[in-house]
Design a protein around this ligand. Structure first.
Ligand code: SF4
Length: 254
C-alpha cells in the first residue's frame, strides 16, 4: 500500500515545530508501524535528509519507550496495542496518516516525535520500589498471598510506563500511571512496610508535574495494557489513608 504521512518535525525543545509531508511507498501489511517509519527514514538518509527521530527499544510491547499520536490517537487505532505492535494492515491504501509526539505539558518534545518522560522517573524514584530485603525466590514463594490480590497486582504491574494515558488525558494527568505503579506494590505483603510513605511521596511527586484527574476515562481507553481506572480509586483511597497514618507515625494522633 502507499500512504501519505504528515509527520511532526521539531529540531529541539525550544524550536517551533511543523508538519512535513512524506510518501511511504510499497508498505507491507505485516510491517509494524515503526518498521514502516524505519523504511521512510532509510529513504530520507539516502536522499541526504535528516531522519525522523522517534523512540523505540524492545519493539515487543514491553519497554514502553515507543508511543506516537497516530491520527490523533495515542498508539493509534487498535485498542490495547502499543505503537510497536501496531501493524500496517490497520491502514488503507492511499490513506493520509498524521503522526505527532505525545502532547502534554509534563512531556516536553526533545526532537520530532521523541518526548522527555523523565517526570515518570521522578515518580518512581520517590517511592516506586521496595527497599526491604524480600529474600530469594524460594522465600517469596513461601509467602501465601490471596489469589485475587496477586491477580490484581499483576494487572497493575502490566503498566509499561509509555505515557499514553497522559497524552490522551485532556488535563495531562498522570494518575493512571502512578496508580498502577502504586497498586502493584501496595497490594502485596512485601509492599506493606513502606505503603503509606510510598503513597504520599508518589502522589505528591505526581502532582508537582501533572494536571488534575477529573475522571474523563480517556487514559484507560488509550492504555496499551488496558489498565483500568479502578486503580485511580485505589490510589485515592490509599492517599487519604496515608495522610492519617503518616501523621500517626509522627506521633500526631488523629
Ligand atoms: S497506565 Fe497504560 S498508558 Fe499509562 S503509562 Fe502505563 S501502560 Fe502506558
Amino acid at each position: 500500500m502507499n500512504l501519505t504521512l504528515k509527520v511532526w518535525r521539531q529540531d529541539g525543545p525550544n524550536d517551533a515545530g511543523h508538519f512535513e509531508t512524506y510518501q511511504a511507498s510499497d508498505v507491507k501489511d505485516e510491517m509494524s508501524f515503526l518498521e514502516m517509519l524505519d523504511v521512510v527514514n532509510e529513504n530520507l538518509i539516502e536522499a541526504g535528509h535528516e531522519p525522523i527521530t522517534f523512540d523505540s527499544d524492545c519493539r515487543e510491547g514491553i519497554c514502553g519507550t515507543c508511543g506516537l499520536m497516530i491520527n490523533g490517537q495515542a498508539h493509534g487505532p487498535q485498542k490495547g496495542t502499543a505503537t510497536c505492535q501496531l501493524h500496517m494492515r490497520k491502514f488503507r491504501d492511499g490513506e493520509t496518516v498524521t503522526i505527532e509526539p505525545f502532547r502534554a505539558a509534563a512531556f516536553p518534545v526533545i526532537r520530532d516525535l521523541m518526548v522527555d518522560r523523565s517526570a515518570f522517573d521522578a515518580i518512581i524514584e520517590s517511592g516506586g520500589f521496595i527497599s526491604a530485603d524480600t529474600g530469594a525466590a524460594q522465600d517469596a514463594n513461601e509467602m501465601l498471598i490471596p489469589k485475587p490480590a496477586v491477580d490484581t497486582a499483576m494487572d497493575a504491574a502490566a503498566c509499561i510506563g509509555c505515557g499514553a494515558c497522559v497524552a490522551a488525558c485532556p488535563n495531562g494527568a498522570g494518575q493512571l500511571f502512578t496508580s498502577a505503579k502504586l497498586a502493584h506494590l501496595n497490594l502485596l505483603p512485601q509492599g506493606q512496610a513502606e505503603r503509606w510513605k510510598r503513597t504520599e511521596d508518589m502522589v505528591e511527586t505526581m502532582e508537582a508535574f501533572f494536571g488534575s484527574c477529573t475522571n474523563y476515562g480517556e487514559c484507560q481507553e488509550a492504555c496499551p495494557k488496558e489498565i483500568p481506572i479502578d486503580f485511580i480509586a485505589l490510589m485515592n483511597r490509599d492517599f487519604l489513608k496515608s495522610k492519617l497514618k503518616n501523621r500517626k507515625l509522627l506521633g500526631q494522633q488523629v
